[in-house]
Design a binder for this molecule. Structure first.
Ligand code: NG1
Ligand code: ZN
Length: 549
């Protein structure tokens, strides 16, 4: 109506879009230098309110640029389930961000509201939960988001403060399920399911090889800060947080999961005297987690224990619990659960081989967690991870309700049995692991309990399989959209002829594999290569990069 139109006209005039910049809702929302994002974030505020009206649910708006540099920032939406914004709204998001003036903005919104039949007088007014990471630009961008939300008549914004990305997604999910959804509820759920798993660890006498101490690199961001909070309540673990941001280090600069995974060197703030100690690294908004260890007598190179290996550890543990449950063939209520893994083309070939050998179905999805999440949701238990450490485990409603019943049944007949313990463990995992999105803090607690359950050191975990040597490069190009891929990004269909040329290079190396794809978050084309030796992987990556250039 007219009031609504004039409200948007008036408030949007305070947020003119930066001239000559075209933004797009990529793999992880909008990202750019923070100085040009005011208008975008304001408009995403409007978008979030509209999305809330459309779905008649609570929506999340997170201000973060994750692992990117501290002067960047970004904004993304969490849908009612806690997952990423539905892909069919992405084109509208792009248009919304790029409309040149208030008048055209209003027309675009008007048209979209009509087309989507967005109810302006539905039962629930729009409600948006806001979160941001520790970036200094976050505060004023949050203000812009609030202005955008209040440009929609009746919309309410709740500022949830400085949060990890997965905390905000968790809160949105919990709110829409009618559950308690504060930060302390989040911590409470993590801690109680963690304790439950710790209490169910088999007594293995002296054969527990898990090293006592864990050192965590907080990327000088929000994850380190939050870990300091739960650490106080985790008497069972000896965790030391480095790069918590309090020591004055810069967010993501020479630290964090992205740096550690790509460069394969010790993060800043870690001396060379950590040989043999179990270490982990979070990214800037704590949705990625990698582990690593520093080999003795080696300058700064690390042995990386990446997302693929976290996936493998989770798979081994879950498979073990499912097998125990399946041994109970006398029970009345049996169910053969489908356990699957989802990876991207970046997954190390050795990990895919290992998982298939373990008996899992392994599916491939394009880069971007929204694609992996969607595929993983098709299994009873679907584990997905990007090699960079973003991933989680999804449990289907159907499987969980079977498991609850089974657990009840076992209580009366098999209290204290191995089957009962396996059921309790799986239920605890489903509560500990974030069902909305990859979460470094909950992932870390699960890794820690599984290592103790197995009695494994990080060396034993790392030895599940040996990574093929790999190399990642990025090539700056005039127009990254010139590269178009198919088959979960394993094949480049454009520019013409390039795939054939990649094949020729790849065939020169034993166990060679290589692919290219346009980044969804940076203006580059990424090159990945793997082969039997590091030298061969490097050479292959370089020659493919030359083809792109
Ligand atoms: P792009 O820039 O599209 O490669 C990167 C990561 C993704 C994902 C997003 C979002 C790699 C190769 N790519 O995407 O996996 O994490 O950022 O943060 O690591
Ligand atoms: Zn992140």
């Amino acid at each position: 109506n007219e009031d609504q139109k004039s409200l948007i006209l008036k408030s949007s005039s305070h947020f003119p879009p930066p001239p000559g910049v075209k933004l797009s809702y990529g793999t992880a929302g909008f990202r750019a230098d923070a100085s040009i994002l005011q208008s975008t974030v304001y408009r995403v505020g409007i978008l979030a309110a509209l999305r809330s009206l459309k779905t008649q649910c609570v929506i999340g708006l997170m201000i973060t640029a994750s692992h990117n540099k501290v002067t960047d920032n970004g904004v993304k939406i969490a849908d009612p389930s806690g997952g990423m914004l539905s892909q069919d709204w992405e084109p509208f998001s792009d248009q919304l961000a790029n409309e040149p003036d208030p008048q055209s903005l209003v027309s675009l919104i008007e048209e979209f509201v009509k087309k989507e039949r967005i109810p302006f007088n539905g039962k629930h007014p729009a409600e948006v939960l806001l979160g941001r990471d520790t970036r200094p630009s976050g505060e004023s961008l949050l203000e812009a988001a609030k202005q955008g939300i209040s440009a929609v008549v009746g919309a309410v914004a709740h500022d949830m403060g400085i949060l990890t990305t997965p905390q905000l997604h968790w809160m949105v999910r919990a709110r829409n399920k009618g559950l308690k959804a504060t930060e302390s509820d989040y911590f409470e759920q993590l801690l109680s399911s963690f304790r439950c798993l710790m209490n169910l660890i088999p007594d293995r006498g002296t054969s527990n090889e898990t090293e006592d101490k864990l050192i965590v690199d907080g990327a000088n961001g929000v994850g380190g800060e939050k870990l300091e909070v739960i650490k106080e309540k985790l008497n069972e673990l000896d965790i030391e947080v480095r790069n918590s941001g309090k020591e004055g280090g810069v967010l993501n600069e020479g630290v964090g999961a992205d740096f550690v995974q790509k460069e394969k060197v010790v993060p800043h703030g870690f001396g060379s005297n950590h040989a043999g100690i179990r270490c982990a690294s979070l990214d800037g908004d704590a949705d990625r987690l990698v582990y690593f260890l520093v080999p003795p007598n080696n300058c700064s190179k690390i042995d990386l224990v990446d997302g693929d290996k976290i996936l493998s550890l989770f798979a081994v543990f879950i498979k073990e619990q499912l097998s125990i449950l399946e041994e109970d063939t006398k029970g009345s209520n049996n169910y053969k659960a489908r356990l699957g893994a989802v990876q991207t083309a970046y997954a190390n070939g050795a990990s895919t081989y290992y998982l298939r050998h373990l008996g899992l179905e392994v599916a491939l999805a394009p880069t971007g967690v929204k694609f992996l999440h969607e595929k993983a949701a098709q299994y009873d238990i679907g584990i997905y991870f990007e090699a960079n450490g973003h991933g989680t485990i999804l449990f289907s409603e159907r499987f969980l309700s079977w498991l609850e019943d089974k657990n009840q049944e076992l209580s009366s007949t098999h209290e204290g049995s191995e089957q009962k313990k396996a059921a309790l463990r799986l239920l605890a995992v489903s509560k500990l692991i974030n069902q909305a999105v990859g979460d470094a803090l909950s992932g870390l607690l699960l890794v820690e309990t599984i290592l103790r359950h197995m009695g494994w050191s990080i060396h034993q975990w790392n030895a599940l399989y040996q990574d093929l040597p790999s190399r990642q490069l990025k090539v700056k190009v005039g127009d990254r959209t010139a590269v178009v891929t198919a088959n979960a990004e394993t094949v480049a269909v454009k520019p013409p002829g390039i795939q054939e040329a990649i094949n020729v290079e790849t065939a020169k190396y034993p166990n060679g594999r290589s692919f290219i794809r346009p980044s969804g978050t940076e203006d580059v084309v990424r090159v990945y290569a793997e082969a039997s030796t590091q030298e061969a992987a490097d050479k292959l990556a370089n020659s493919v990069a030359e083809l792109v250039d």
